[in-house]
Design a protein. Structure first.
Length: 259
């Protein structure tokens, strides 16, 4: 696993714009190397802001969107089209504005979907989808995503994996149903840390002073049970994209000049 790198931006708007620019470059490089690219999306304020910035930049057209496989790291188990679903927000922010191939947009089932109100069945189905997308060179039941975008909560959760929850202990399954989340809605479907860490690059993006303690702990040796974000690592790169408030407690060892 890769050693974490930290990039600090002055504020959240600059972070989102810079992350969008990085993402264009990374997707284009992947497509030049292999003909296609794969991206795991995240929700939340910062994750959606990055997609909005990506939509706004003319550089987005450098990406062949018909050859991008899109996945979600986690999803709120709500009806299709619900305003709080990460899928709904991602479509409004970006996906409805670029020529994606619908067959390559891999959504997690909603609560009114094929499996009804059964998040375990929805999780199992997504795990099966990931396994079907994996190639022999991926060496496991999950594709080697080019980039996995993640957020970080104030208590250190990432994906829908919360401190000391059953999901953080999961070592076998790649996708799980999550119940009784401390943040609403209480029921979700989520990749596990094991699955997310199959990505070539993991980008953890967060802003605000309320995240500063969790960020510093994750970078200085906290365990993933106590602080799940500490357990998210890319195979080749683990990149923390922070604003200055979220980086306020990060040791100087990790903190470069403002980008």
């Amino acid at each position: 696993m890769s050693r974490p790198e930290v990039v600090v931006h002055r504020d959240g708007d600059l972070l989102a714009a810079a992350a969008a620019a990085r993402l264009v470059t990374r997707l284009v490089d992947a497509q030049n190397a292999r003909g296609s690219a794969s991206l795991v999306l995240t929700g939340g304020r910062t994750g959606i802001a990055v997609l909005e910035q990506l939509r706004a930049t003319p550089a987005r057209d450098a990406v062949d969107w018909s050859k991008v496989d899109l996945y979600w790291g986690d999803e709120r188990f709500l009806p299709s089209g619900h305003a709080d679903r990460n899928e709904t927000q991602a479509r409004a922010a970006l996906l409805d504005h670029v020529p994606v191939d619908p067959a390559r947009v891999h959504v997690m089932e909603p609560s009114d979907g094929r499996f009804g109100d059964d998040p375990d069945a929805a999780a199992d189905a997504y795990a099966e989808l990931l396994a079907a997308q994996a190639r022999p060179e991926d060496h496991g039941p999950v594709p080697s995503f080019d980039v996995c975008l993640l957020g970080v909560g104030e208590e250190g959760h990432t994906l829908s994996v919360f401190p000391s929850s059953p999901a953080v202990y999961e070592q076998e399954r790649t996708v799980v149903a999550v119940r009784n989340c401390p943040k609403p809605p209480p029921t979700r479907v989520s990749l596990t840390l094991r699955a997310a860490s199959r990505a070539r690059e993991v980008w953890l993006m967060t802003t605000g002073a309320g995240k500063a303690a969790a960020v510093a702990m994750a970078l200085t040796g906290a365990g993933e049970v106590q602080l799940p974000a500490a357990g998210a690592h890319g195979q080749r790169r683990t990149l923390w994209l922070l604003d200055s408030a979220a980086a306020a407690k990060v040791p100087d060892l990790f903190t470069p000049p403002l980008a």
